[in-house]
Design a protein. Sequence first.
Length: 277
Amino acid sequence: MRLAASAREDSTTEGYARHWREFEGWCDEEGLDPLPATPQMIFAYVGALAEKGTIAASSLQPYLSAINSYHADCGFDKPALGHLVTAARRGMARGQARCDTRDTRVPMPAAAAARILRATLAALPSLAARKGSRGAADFLRRRYAFVLSFVFMGRQDTSTGLRSADHGIDEGNSGFIWLRISEKMRGGRRHMVGWVSETLDEEGVRAPAGFVYLGHSLRSGGSSAAEAIRVPRFRGNWLGGWSQNGRTRELHYMDPSVLPSPEAYELLGSEPGEPTS
């Protein structure tokens, strides 16, 4: 097992181990043996994951790949394949498509965004060697979009459609990052859902039971965190592209239950006690 695991990248090994432990925990609760599992067990497990409401159908593959990998390493047939599993995945996707997630999506905590940023910076020295140039570029692309969407309270299409000419670092001594707000683009939400799900999954970040983090969570998370630490309202509206006279941000992108946190000050740069305008 250890020899087989060493053939995988560290991040993959860690992710598989985490997903395998979750599967083992479910099997223990159900009185089942995880090795060897059957397609019928995987069908039931997918149903259990769907009921949790914290995992998107589009991010299910790593859970199944972990189970298949552990079985293959032990010389067993891969159980997370075939008609039953395909049917379970389709059912989960259709069920989520029918659900209205507006009441269940929640703001991304500043602590989660800061965690993603720190983990990304820590991964930089060995990133190209571990993932290759294309893999490293994809990794950085979605994580950069993740952090920028939170800090700038950006729309999903702004981050997914970002080009090199749309952002940069101020050439003066301020060191500020600047971002050009783009026109709305098609497909932004679909891409951002996948990027958010994959990034959070890599770092083991989960929404509370019954809730979900989506691309919208980054915009509302940054907005709510800014309000919590008393960033001037006009400045938040300007960053997020909201009207200074409208109430869209207040009604749909601010959660009054979000409290001040060190990570919010770290990411948004406001001083404690600065008055809200």
